[in-house]
Ligand binder design. Structure first.
Ligand code: NI
Length: 170
């Protein structure tokens, strides 16, 4: 099932999500749906609050279907190490049509649980490092625009307000 992507302005995107405690078939189905929804939206990462579900789950595939081993499920993720800096353009499926330069760590280690509840650690660089911090932020109710200047953030918010008024932000 493909879920519609929740857009900026919905309070679910700005509150912390709840930890997962049950690793059952329902969770399996949700994760399958999250991958399907992410691919349908042409994204390389998706967090559950972005489909309106305030649970600590994110899916990532920075290769966009190219490499099945790149499909990562992050349940209850925590960032345990960050190194270096990278500067690059970042966007978010919940804030479509906008992109901004965001400084992020170059190398990030995430500790998370997999679909069976087993803990693992994964270290990523470049885009994968960016995805790990971006998606983990989502589960803490934080959006990438909190990492840009107040000036740029206000400009985006003003533009979105106009889109909302025009009925073009639903
Ligand atoms: Ni996002």
């Amino acid at each position: 099932m493909i879920y519609p992507i929740v857009k900026y302005g919905d309070p679910v995107l700005e509150k912390p999500s709840a930890p997962i405690t049950k690793f059952d078939d329902e969770l399996r189905k949700l994760i399958e749906d999250m991958f399907e929804s992410m691919y349908a939206a042409h994204g390389v990462g998706l967090a559950a609050p972005q489909i309106g579900i305030a649970k600590r789950i994110a899916v990532v595939d920075v290769t966009f279907k190219d490499d099945p081993r790149a499909k990562l499920v992050l349940i209850n993720p925590e960032i345990v190490n960050k190194e270096g800096r990278q500067r690059g353009t970042e966007g978010c499926l919940s804030i479509p049509e906008f992109r901004e330069e965001v400084t992020r760590p170059q190398r990030v280690t995430v500790r998370a649980q997999d679909i069976n509840g087993k803990f693992y650690e994964h270290t990523g660089e470049d885009l994968l490092a960016r995805a790990f911090v971006h998606e983990t932020d989502h589960l803490n109710g934080k959006l990438y625009i909190s990492h840009i200047s107040a000036l740029k953030r206000d400009l985006i918010k003003r533009k979105i307000k106009k889109l909302v008024k025009a009925g073009e932000w639903t």
